[in-house]
Write a protein that binds this ligand. Structure first.
Ligand code: ZN
Length: 179
């Protein structure tokens, strides 16, 4: 397992449609382990492979008391209802906006053993799944808000990145900042 650097807004891989994996092998399981480790250290509730520079359709989701699982070649097969709630993204630190999502969904995915699995989710867990699957399609939450709000947030983002170099961010290992 290793902690990976996060790719930030501006990194081309975030705009790429990630490729399906042919099967769940040791490489995919190692990728999942890295996603979990990096997500936990960055205190996220989900992380997609694109965000660590890998264009494969693999992501992880972890919502306290609701569910923690990898998504491997995930496909949303049912969705209904609407919810609006605040989202942020580890690839766009400190930027938040209300985003409309489906309230409930059913997603088909593979699990870590390569078996097919159906996951039903609602509320915040459903929101996290939709956010991560968007990443695998090269879509960011800022694409799902109104143009005026987006323009304002992008201006905030550019201001916050002034003087920053490149599109990569180191993640501090879990516990490392504690004395
Ligand atoms: Zn994100």
């Amino acid at each position: 397992m290793s902690l990976r650097q996060l790719h930030l807004l501006g990194s081309p891989v975030l705009r790429q449609r990630a490729h399906e994996v042919a099967g769940v092998d040791e490489g995919v399981r190692a990728l999942i382990a890295d996603l979990y480790e990096t997500m936990r250290a960055a205190k996220g509730v989900g992380l997609a492979s694109n965000q660590i520079g890998v264009a494969r359709r693999v992501a992880v989701v972890s919502v306290e008391n609701e569910g923690e699982f990898p998504l491997i070649n995930p496909v949303i097969v049912e969705r209904d209802g609407k919810q609006v709630g605040e989202e942020g993204c580890l690839s766009i630190p400190d930027i938040y906006a209300d985003v409309e999502r489906a309230e409930r969904l059913v997603v088909e995915t593979l699990d870590e053993s390569g078996a097919r699995k159906r996951i039903e989710a609602a509320g915040y867990l459903a929101r996290a799944i939709q956010h991560e699957i968007d990443h695998l399609d090269g879509i960011l939450f800022l694409d799902r808000i109104g143009p005026l709000k987006r323009r304002r947030l992008l201006a905030d983002w550019k201001k916050s990145r002034r003087g920053a170099d490149g599109h990569l961010k180191d993640v501090v290992p879990e516990g490392a900042s504690r004395l």
